[in-house]
Design a binder for this molecule. Structure first.
Ligand SMILES: [Fe+2]
Length: 248
């Protein structure tokens, strides 16, 4: 991996071949389902919005939130103590946090692996130890959420709908981190967006726990939020250093 930005023979821009752009546009018009007269968002006489609306109305939801299957199980667990009529909302968001923190561990491990592979040749804006420290905190956060779910009588190994969506959303980040061609700065940019989302997620979970009457969850969740805010600040600083170093 080369950790610098370089000029090269990039031919993706239209200006590299102006005389063929018109041909390309003509071909796209010709292949459009409704022809050149209807290229402004119309598909076989229908707008793309109406096609999407039809699918949205027909689609089922992404999975469901599992709850203890027996009444005894429900009564014996914290689920029966939840205030409000929709305890599954908290379980769903806890499942999401669990999935997110697990991905966080994997993202940092991928960055550690990359950093260790290039450290002999590249000036890193962080130490490997700093990365390992954050990775371990992400793992601790995962265990905090696992304990919270178990305390409610929910199964932490179940994939909730929001956990499923979080997994899909972060799959792009995992691709960037595990791509051997990406630079340290590109990886940090990706992790920064993950960390910012992470902080917002904990913030929401704290509010939700309060609304559900689960006050004992708020303290450990606030501590996790504080760590996530530190992570975002650290990564932002490292990213700035990595990009500025690239200028030299
Ligand atoms: Fe984090």
């Amino acid at each position: 991996m080369e950790n610098v930005t370089r000029s090269g023979f990039n031919r993706t821009g239209a200006q590299t071949s102006l005389h063929t752009v018109q041909n390309m546009q003509a071909f796209a018009d010709e292949q459009s389902p409704s022809g050149p007269a209807h290229i402004d968002g119309v598909l076989e006489g229908r707008s793309i919005a109406s096609v999407r609306a039809e699918f949205v109305h027909e689609a089922e939801r992404i999975g469901s939130v599992p709850i203890p299957t027996t009444l005894t199980g429900v009564l014996a667990t914290g689920l029966s103590k939840l205030t409000g009529h929709r305890p599954e909302v908290l379980v769903d968001k806890l499942g999401e946090r669990l999935a997110f923190e697990r991905t966080g561990v994997r993202l940092y491990q991928a960055l550690i692996d990359k950093a260790e592979a290039v450290q002999a040749d590249v000036a890193l804006p962080f130490t490997i130890g700093e990365l390992k420290h954050i990775r371990d905190e992400e793992l601790e956060h995962m265990h905090i959420v696992t304990s919270a779910l178990e305390g409610l009588g929910a199964d932490p190994t179940a994939q909730t709908p929001c956990a499923d969506v979080a997994g899909v959303a972060s799959s792009g980040a995992m691709q960037v981190l595990s791509d051997p061609r990406t630079t340290i700065a590109q990886c940090l940019e990706t992790i920064l967006s993950v960390e910012l989302t992470d902080g917002a997620g904990w913030d929401l979970l704290i509010r939700l726990s309060g609304s559900a009457g689960q006050d004992e969850l708020i303290k450990p969740f606030r501590e996790a939020l504080a760590r996530e805010q530190e992570h975002a600040q650290q990564v932002k600083g490292w990213l700035e250093r990595a990009v500025v170093d690239d200028l030299d």
